[in-house]
Design a protein around this ligand. Structure first.
Ligand code: FNR
Length: 351
């Protein structure tokens, strides 16, 4: 399938399934354990209705937003996802070029298959996702590289004190990257460091990170209001409400269901982002209504990359942009900031 022939993100998923090695497809698509959270993420959007306002006499929707001082053409970011080379030989380079062309922010994963410097050479709007390593010297070296490459924020993934168990990967015996692929940011002088997803990591490490850098710090993977408050107290500049796309702790609620409680705890002190299950422009608007300043997409980027490299990711972003503009217009909102809480309701007819 050519990317231009596909008309929505679901079709990209189906086309990626046809094209990808089943082992890699399952690595991307899968979630932890029974995949209850994975399914819940999308179901939470389906359950909610949009209640549009009419006859508001507005001009065409303007989608641009400013996040942590950085302008973006729409409130949709690329969530950090590992190992883009499993989807396409151009890997994260293709993703970064598509993001740059679309004017959206890409959160580059620490576990990328090309280096952060190479990714930065392909696209200007970059944030860097970090798994804080217990070796703080090494963590500091990654932070300095991200700063030097021009990344404009550090996204600390907090929901991974251990690796989530993906039973699809286990069934396939998929434990290591194929020969020739590796975590490029972890390579030092001919050897590749093991990544530590460590239970030792705590708010103390976030404090150390705060001393290491003047970049904005975003805490990713918050579901509990208590942690949202702690994130603000420890100097976080933004929070991503996320359950890691259902890949870490199974049976957590849909991330969308945690947005309102986290928003209440944060009380406007820092902007909130949301990821998990965003597949339509209507989903973006529902997240905005429930308190998100922007959303991020994980798997849809990988489906685009698998189907058509840079052009595939570009098409995924173009489709979401068109849907978002259309949804805003039909809801009577001219900008993302005009999406108010009263536009969304849980209703029996959509259960
Ligand atoms: C991820 N995610 C992720 N998050 C992170 O902080 N660091 C990482 O290395 C990865 N790697 C990763 C790989 C793959 C294959 C997937 C699907 C996801 C989680 C990601 O950032 C995001 O939270 C979810 O993907 C959002 O859910 P959707 O959009 O995939 O439903």
């Amino acid at each position: 399938e050519r990317p231009a022939a596909l008309v929505n993100l679901r079709e990209f998923e189906a086309a990626a399934w046809e094209r990808l090695d089943p082992v890699f497809y399952d690595y991307f698509a899968g979630g932890a354990a029974d995949e209850i959270t994975l399914a819940a993420n999308e179901a939470a959007f389906r359950r909610r209705a949009l209640i549009p306002r009419v006859l508001r006499g507005q001009g065409p929707p303007r989608l641009g937003v400013t996040l942590l001082g950085q302008e973006a053409s729409m409130p949709v970011l690329l969530a950090p996802t590992a190992f883009h080379r499993l989807a396409h030989p151009d890997a994260e380079r293709a993703t970064a070029r598509a993001a740059a062309e679309a004017g959206v922010i890409m959160i580059a994963a620490m576990l990328s298959t090309v280096t952060i410097e190479e990714i930065a050479a392909c696209g200007p709007r970059l944030w860097f996702q970090l798994y804080i390593q217990p070796d703080l010297e090494f963590t500091a070296s990654l932070v300095r590289r991200a700063e030097a490459a021009g990344c404009r924020a550090l996204v600390v993934t907090a929901d991974s004190p251990a690796l989530g168990r993906n039973e699809r990967a286990e069934r396939h015996g998929f434990h290591d990257l194929p020969p020739g692929m590796y975590c490029a940011n972890m390579a030092e002088g001919g050897h590749v460091r093991q990544v530590a997803l460590s239970p030792e990591i705590s708010w103390r490490h976030v404090d150390r990170l705060r001393e290491m850098t003047s970049l904005p710090i975003v805490i990713k993977g918050v579901l509990h209001p208590g942690d949202a408050r702690l994130a603000v107290e420890h100097g976080a500049d933004a929070i991503i409400v996320s359950n890691h796309g259902g890949r870490q702790l199974d049976t957590t609620p849909a991330s969308l269901d945690r947005l309102a409680p986290v928003a209440e705890a944060v009380d406007g002190r820092v902007p909130l982002l949301l990821d998990g299950g965003i597949r339509r422009g209507t989903d973006v608007v529902k997240a905005l209504a429930l308190g998100a300043a922007a959303v991020a997409i994980g798997r849809p980027t990988l489906w685009g990359l698998a189907v058509g490299g840079q052009a595939g990711v570009a098409r995924v972003l173009a489709l979401l942009r068109r849907e978002l503009a259309g949804t805003l217009a039909l809801c009577g909102a001219a900008t993302p900031g005009e999406v108010t809480a009263d536009l969304v309701e849980e209703v029996a007819s959509l259960r």
